[in-house]
Design a protein. Structure first.
Length: 162
């Protein structure tokens, strides 16, 4: 049971079991198809057509807003837990300052993202960007609440100096 290869050498199938030979025949049949099962699944599930249709600026601003929202929420949560865990006053003031700074950045990015999504409503003619803009407006108000709360608590902890 010898078969000739493309380069003219001989291959001995006598050392292989019938299951291994059948597997080789299946692999050769998949190679003939041109598209294997893995490539077909990759094409169906990992196709980036959805991401290609969303404008790049919108994707970047949306990801920045999500990151800053999670960061400010985490800092606020760390301040809340640290208050009950008896963190040092300097550490709590630092957390409040960081929460204020990140929340101001979040407010600015939310406004920019809302403007970009309004532009995408008219350019792309899709209503889903309007829903994204509503989410950005909500994140703007959340960031404003974080700013006023953290700045107010920081001023109260340092003493009211006008």
């Amino acid at each position: 049971m010898e078969d000739s290869k493309e380069d003219g050498s001989q291959f001995d199938f006598s050392l292989m079991s019938t299951a291994e030979v059948d597997t080789l025949e299946i692999d050769e049949a998949e190679d003939i198809d041109g598209i294997g099962v893995l490539e077909e699944l990759t094409g169906k599930f990992l196709e980036s057509n959805i991401q290609e249709r969303i404008p790049m600026l919108f994707r970047l601003t949306r990801r920045c807003v999500v990151f800053l929202l999670l960061l400010s929420g985490g800092l606020f949560l760390m301040f809340s837990v640290g208050n009950f865990q008896m963190f040092l006053d300097s550490d709590l003031n630092l957390l409040l300052f960081l929460t204020t700074s990140v929340s101001i950045l979040l407010a600015l990015m939310s406004l920019v993202s809302s403007a970009v999504s309004f532009i995408c409503v008219f350019v792309e003619r899709r209503i889903r960007y309007l829903f994204f803009s509503l989410g950005f407006i909500v994140s703007f108000f959340v960031s404003v609440v974080f700013v006023f709360f953290s700045r107010g608590v920081n001023m109260l902890s340092l003493g009211l100096v006008f």
